[in-house]
Design a protein. Structure first.
Length: 316
């Protein structure tokens, strides 16, 4: 029995991948989306997305992604679960093989929407207490810290949003940032300042996370005075940026020095027939709305590519 050859395989089920899935399946391509849940899309872990058009009251990230999935399925997009280990040319011309841990898929073109993962602090205790008080997802784990003191590490939009969310459960939230002011947008900073449960600890970095069987606190260093001090807390939520999930792509497409995929405006990578979209590519702004735009462009480009290699491109 001959193996199915897809017109396009999309790797990643965040906003970019799902938007690409909507456009390609609606455009008549036989499209497959391969999703992997570890780590989850950063959009899924957002408690409230306030700046996505059409939702003036905001929407939970998980709910928004589920809407995207439902729309994509209505257009015929197929979904399979698996972690992609390798992408390689097939022996047949214009065919690619996409290998997961238990299956090999074939396709004419690929859209990479692999997203990014939370960056680690790299301090003693971080790995040891993973799942024992150290977390990178407030929405996932916040409810476990009801009436506890917790620390959020970071100063951007994500960190401040997580501090605000965690204040629903925690007795006290320490917001720790290495600089003298936060990087988050003013509206989030103002909300945090008005929240009596949140205490700012600026100009400070975590030097160690300590405890016995679970997190009991953190050691900090004040970067201005050079002094060491500690805070007792039951949880540490780390939100200090992210890194692209592109390790397995280094020999396939060109990456920049930070590991992000280099594309042109059509989302074409350095490798013909492979496109990239969303947070994994080089771009100035990484938001749900820009990821969706990338996905739409990548989907459109993939349709044109498939039609061209099938000899069906429109030249009128």
């Amino acid at each position: 029995m001959n193996q199915v050859i897809y017109d396009v395989i999309i790797i990643g089920s965040g906003p970019a991948g799902l938007a690409a899935g909507i456009y390609t399946s609606r455009g008549g391509l036989k499209a497959l989306l391969i999703e992997y849940f570890s780590p989850p899309s950063l959009a899924v872990t957002a408690d409230l997305i306030e700046n996505y058009p059409g939702f003036p009251e905001g929407i939970n990230g998980f709910s928004l992604i589920e809407r995207f999935k439902g729309q994509a399925k209505n257009f015929g997009l197929e979904f399979h679960t698996g972690k992609v280990d390798n992408i390689m040319p097939d022996k047949e011309k214009n065919i690619w093989q996409v290998k997961t841990e238990n299956k090999i898929y074939k396709t004419l073109t690929i859209i990479l929407a692999v997203g990014r993962s939370p960056k680690q602090l790299g301090v003693p205790g971080e790995k040891e207490f993973g799942g024992k008080g150290v977390s990178y997802c407030a929405v996932c784990d916040g409810a476990f810290f009801k009436d506890k003191d917790i620390a959020v590490i970071g100063g951007g939009d994500s960190a401040v949003s997580e501090a605000l969310f965690l204040s629903r459960f925690a007795d006290k939230v320490f917001l720790v940032h290495r600089r003298n002011r936060l990087r988050a947008v003013p509206i989030l900073i103002q909300r945090a300042k008005e929240n009596k449960k949140i205490e700012f600890i600026l100009n400070s970095v975590v030097s160690q996370i300590y405890g016995k069987d679970k997190v009991e606190g953190i050691y900090l260093k004040n970067l201005i005075e050079g002094t060491q001090f500690q805070i007792a807390c039951s949880g540490v939520f780390i939100s200090v940026g992210s890194i692209p999930n592109t390790d397995f792509l280094a020999d396939l497409v060109k990456l920049d020095s930070s590991g992000y995929i280099i594309t042109d405006e059509a989302m074409q990578t350095s490798c013909s027939g492979i496109f990239a979209c969303g947070d994994c590519r080089v771009k100035p702004l990484r938001q749900v709305v820009t990821a969706c735009g990338d996905g739409a462009v990548a989907g459109f480009s993939a349709i044109e590519y498939v039609e061209r290699i099938k000899g069906k491109s429109y030249n009128g």
